[in-house]
Design a protein. Structure first.
Length: 523
């Protein structure tokens, strides 16, 4: 079949192959290009043969490429799109719209494309440009589970309208009744199936599930109205144990801790509506709240192993009182006492002659005062004033962290925890096997069985404690290494500023944000 011919050249097609015949000398590549612009169906693939034909002026037909179909169809690898390309001049398309439309439909039928047909405007199409004629429907992933928990008390001082911090009325404890709502989970949703252009169904993935994280000893799950609801097994206070939501036992002391109560040690939260009398101690696993307006005077020890400590009226410690917290300490003032927290220490008004150690030590930036004593923080110290006009020695120390040592410690703890977990798995298997014969056990065998269970419980507690310490270390490592001491109003002469291994004693009053710059403190 002849597709183009003149006195100089002839282009013919046979079985889809395109041939060129040169009739006269002088025919060149530029003339060939001008001619083939009108022939978009011609695809030259053998350029060496074309060059040879032009150079040798061969009058014998030479194969130079192919003559493609008027309309080409491509199917995407994921079977979600069909794309057509029209290889005709725009004028030809306008004159043969119905024919081309018919060809497109024929291609769709021949290729079994039955879904998502898209129409294209043939009056505006461009030669050689691709157009989508079928679109599949992508599967829709299901919604993830949504978990909501009862909010714990926001343990921070309320700020009055005049900007003053009120450390007298912190919302410290949320009381829970048996059966109270603690949280809920809306389960993940099923996805919506998709369909490809061949009409084949495409499975959709279900949304991700999110477990409810809670202490199984104090809370339970129940299905209600299509939701998984978390409820309290007992009366107590909302809290956290090893990173899990828990309802902790709640001991309320209506008066003082003293002669009538003796020293207190309690696995849970203690709310003391009075004070802790001189020489007495309070130790609890959960939060401790001492709510007397007069605060604490010369108590020996107030210690929360896993929670926070709140002392509404502050401390007059007479160099006796020590307060320790597994998390944070909130206190109106500290006078002649020792405060130590694994997290942060918030002091309302002043720290006088006290030893204070925490991750961050925070006093009010307008009126807070640190006078005498020693304040040590991992990351930062914030206060308005330090020292006094008599140049009383006041040490402010930000230690920072050795990231290499902390990282190695975390790795070692993780290895140790893994070994314990492996032993727990074996012990759990032993318990399961022994439980099958419990009814036929001798007293000695029952004792062994109970000892095995106790061993498992001890390992479980140890793993939780190790995990808490690892998470605390990782949190410290994630903290940006921006160590500073912020004194917003006045740092008096006699204040010792130390950051890392660098230290200086102020010889005259200053204020500002002290930090390391080029390896030195910017005093």
């Amino acid at each position: 079949m002849v597709i183009e011919e003149n006195n100089e050249v002839a282009l013919t097609v046979e079985n889809g192959r395109a041939y060129i015949t040169i009739k006269t000398d002088g025919y060149n590549l530029k003339q060939f290009d001008e001619m083939t612009r009108k022939l978009p169906r011609l695809k030259v693939t053998n350029f060496m043969a074309l060059k040879k034909a032009l150079d040798s002026k061969s009058q014998e037909p030479i194969e130079i490429g192919s003559w493609i179909e008027s309309v080409g169809l491509d199917i995407s690898g994921d079977k979600m799109q069909a794309i057509v390309t029209i290889y005709e001049t725009e004028s030809y398309i306008q004159e043969h719209i119905h024919e081309i439309q018919s060809n497109i439909q024929k291609l769709l039928i021949e290729n079994n494309i039955v879904y998502g047909h898209e129409s294209i405007d043939l009056e505006t199409v461009k030669t050689g440009k691709s157009y989508i004629v079928a679109n599949g429907l992508q599967p829709q992933r299901g919604a993830d589970a949504i978990v909501t928990y009862l909010q714990q008390a926001e343990k921070k001082p309320e700020i009055k309208e005049d900007g003053k911090a009120d450390y007298f009325d912190m919302n410290f404890i949320v009381e829970i009744n048996e059966g109270s709502w603690l949280g809920e989970k809306i389960p993940p949703k099923e996805g919506i199936e998709g369909i490809n252009i061949f009409g084949e169904s495409l499975p959709a993935s279900k949304g991700d599930d999110i477990p409810l994280r809670y202490d199984t000893e104090s809370a339970y799950e129940v299905e209600e109205d299509g939701k998984i609801v978390l409820r309290s097994k007992t009366k107590g206070v909302i809290g956290e144990v090893n990173g899990l939501l828990a309802v902790q036992k709640h001991l309320v002391i209506e008066g003082d801790v003293g002669l009538e109560t003796g020293n207190l040690k309690f696995d849970g939260t203690i709310q003391i509506k009075g004070t802790v009398m001189p020489g007495y101690s309070v130790i609890a696993s959960g939060d401790i709240s001492v709510e007397a307006n007069d605060g604490v005077n010369s108590a020996e020890l107030i210690k929360s192993t896993e929670g926070d400590v709140f002392i509404k009226g502050g401390i007059f410690g007479r160099d006796i009182t020590k307060v320790e917290a597994g998390n944070n300490i909130y206190i109106k003032h500290a006078n002649g006492c020792t405060l130590e927290a694994k997290e942060n220490i918030h002091i309302g008004f002043y720290a006088l002659g006290s030893t204070v150690f925490g991750n961050e030590v925070i006093l009010d930036e307008r009126k807070g005062k640190i006078i005498g004593g020693k304040v040590i923080a991992i990351n930062s110290i914030t206060t308005a004033f330090s020292g006094n006009s008599l140049e009383r020695k006041t040490e402010l120390i930000v230690q920072g962290i050795d990231r290499k040592i902390l990282t190695e410690n975390a790795k070692e703890k993780a290895k140790a925890m893994l070994k314990i977990q492996e032993e727990m798995a074996k012990t759990s298997e032993n318990i399961t096997q022994l439980s099958q014969f419990k009814n036929n056990m001798s007293s000695q065998q029952i004792a062994l069985y109970e000892q095995t269970k106790q061993k498992y419980n001890r390992m479980e507690i140890e793993v939780k404690e190790m995990d808490t310490e690892i998470q605390r270390t990782l949190k410290m490592l994630r903290h940006s290494a921006n160590y500073f001491i912020q004194i917003s109003q006045e740092a008096n002469a006699g204040t010792i500023i130390q950051i890392g291994s660098k230290s200086t004693t102020l010889s005259h009053s200053k204020k500002g944000k002290f930090m390391l710059e080029n390896g030195e403190i910017n005093v």
